[in-house]
Structures are given as C-alpha cells and as structure tokens.
Design a protein. Structure first.
Length: 133
C-alpha cells in the first residue's frame, strides 16, 4: 500500500464559520459558541473555551489546532477538570476534526477549557466551535 500524503498548512488563519456538517442548521433553543486565537505555551497555558450556561449543555462540534513545535504537544480539552478530548500536535501534524459525531460536552455551570503543556518558545493556534442547548 502507498502512504497517504496530504498538504498541511500550519499557523494559517482559520475560517470562523461553524461547520456543523453532521447536524445541520441550529435548532430553536441552540446558541452557537466559538473561540479562536493563538496562545504561547512557553510556560504552559489553560484557555477557557466556555463556561456552560445554567441548565444548558455545551457540545463541541469542530476542533482545529496547530502548533509551530517540532516536539509533541499534548492537548487536553476538559470539562470541570475531566478530559473529554485529547490529541497530540506537531508542526507537521495539526488536528482538524470537523463535524464530530460523538460530541465532547460540558454541562450546566462547568468550565470547558483547553490544557496545554510547557514547550519553550512555541505557540498553539486554535479554533473550537459548538453550540449550547
């Protein structure tokens, strides 16, 4: 078998549209949520994605992550401190998960955040989207 080769763009701008490819348009009572940016992981970082509104559930539908690090970066997305999604990044191996079928989620009052390790002099670009209902 021949290996699969794909072009990868690291550190490029991200499209801020929510791409709910498996779920269709927002239903009544759903509110779109998204966060995007670049964070230095020179001393590690914790990025708050969303604090879930009382009586609501926040579902993550799309995760786009990239780094400029040649060392492995272990990324954990957590709800109230418990890991709900984990991946490893390299400068040649971003994470691009669109239309997640088994959507990671946080419930009423939980803080959903992203925990990043210390990698001296490096950064992580991120775009995470979903909805509350």
């Amino acid at each position: 078998f021949a290996p699969i080769v794909a072009a990868v763009s690291v550190g490029s701008s991200v499209n801020s549209n929510i791409q709910r490819t498996t779920a269709g348009a927002l239903a009544p009572g759903q509110t779109a949520k998204q966060i995007a940016g670049t964070v230095s992981i020179n001393t590690g970082a914790t990025v708050t994605i969303n604090t879930v509104t009382a009586t609501k559930t926040f579902y993550i539908t799309d995760i786009h992550l990239a780094t400029d690090s040649t060392a492995s970066v272990d990324v954990k997305i957590r709800a109230a401190g418990s890991t709900i999604f984990e991946t490893f990044l390299l400068n040649t191996a971003p994470c691009d998960v669109i239309g997640i079928e088994t959507q990671p989620f946080g419930v009423s009052g939980q803080v959903v955040d992203m925990l990043l390790p210390t990698v001296t002099g490096k950064n992580v670009n991120y775009f995470i989207s979903g909805y509350e209902q």
